[in-house]
Design a protein around this ligand. Sequence first.
Ligand SMILES: Cc1cc2nc3c(=O)[nH]c(=O)nc-3n(C[C@H](O)[C@H](O)[C@H](O)COP(=O)(O)O)c2cc1C
Length: 241
Amino acid sequence: MSGEARTDGAPPSPPPPPLRFRAAGVMSLANGVFVTAATTEGNSEMSHHVDDHTLGVLFRDARTHNGWQDRPVPEEVLRAAWDLAKMGPTSANCMPARIVFVVSREAKEKLRPCLAEGNVEKTMAAPATAIIGHDLTFYEKLPELFPHTDARAWFVGNDALIATTAFRNGTLQGGYFIIAARAMGLDCGPMSGFDNAKVDEAFFAGTAVKSNFLCNLGYGDPAKLYPRNRRLSFDEACRIA
Ligand SMILES: Cc1cc2nc3c(=O)[nH]c(=O)nc-3n(C[C@H](O)[C@H](O)[C@H](O)COP(=O)(O)O)c2cc1C
């Protein structure tokens, strides 16, 4: 049984508005892209709508960067990105993600032998590389993070649930972090081409933290972008059941 299936005493969420009311909120933007505005019958207020520029920064114009300007990332920017990313939801508010920001030359050299060959040059050039990991003892913080029930007890002794929950929610938090970093004006270059065991030994020895993926951070060099690949459309990737 997963942690999410447990009842936490909260009242059930109201059902979502019928689809036809949402469809009424679809609006066409000048560039032909459609966004849905949060509308319900008799209320056209766009309470959850972000502006077109923001959508560009976070999604449409954001790219995966391979080359970096020689411009450092201030620590305050990394802190501000975390302060946004931490607000993204995790099951039982478990927050298993742990991030090491590799910035110093010494730490970069520790990372170098862990990297797949094709990721070495860009990672060494990036002003910062985030190691997104997850803590397999995350549940020890649940009495503080989810205090209204004994959520820690769901996990103690259940290694499969611990691993699944840590990986799922740590990955989500890594995704939140990418979007938060973009919101703070950073470019990102996520990577899974590295030796997890080597990274764990180099950066998480003596802890229960396991690496998930890396993410170069900085101010990208647009000249080094690869051509944009197409994305699956709604009809290719989704269906309404
Ligand atoms: C989890 C993850 C792992 C990735 N691993 C690598 C990698 O090891 N090396 C690499 O060059 N790009 C890697 N990428 C980059 C993807 O190929 C890239 O994000 C994707 O093609 C979309 O590119 P775009 O954002 O520029 O459209 C990875 C991306 C993600 C999200």
